[in-house]
Unconditional design. Structure first.
Length: 77
């Protein structure tokens, strides 16, 4: 929501607004939980997810920032 300031929540989905060739577009994003877990054979051990009690900061590199900016510009977002 921070990356796409015109985005909004509509029920259980997020709508990301943009402009393509002068026309307004919306990308609908929705996630659902899997009913059953499956084993990912390409990963040796599952990686534990961070819990709400953990305090950590993720820093992105200048190269990653440039890449995201280029992608957003290419998508006219």
């Amino acid at each position: 929501m921070e990356v796409f300031p015109n985005s909004f929540v509509n029920g259980k989905e997020i709508r990301i607004c943009g402009n393509e060739n002068g026309e307004e577009i919306q990308i609908k994003v929705s996630l659902t939980a899997a009913k059953e877990n499956i084993v990912n054979e390409t990963v040796e051990k599952p990686v534990a997810a961070a819990t709400a009690t953990e305090d950590y900061t993720v820093e992105i590199t200048p190269k990653e920032k440039r890449t995201v900016a280029e992608m957003l510009a290419a998508l006219n977002l």
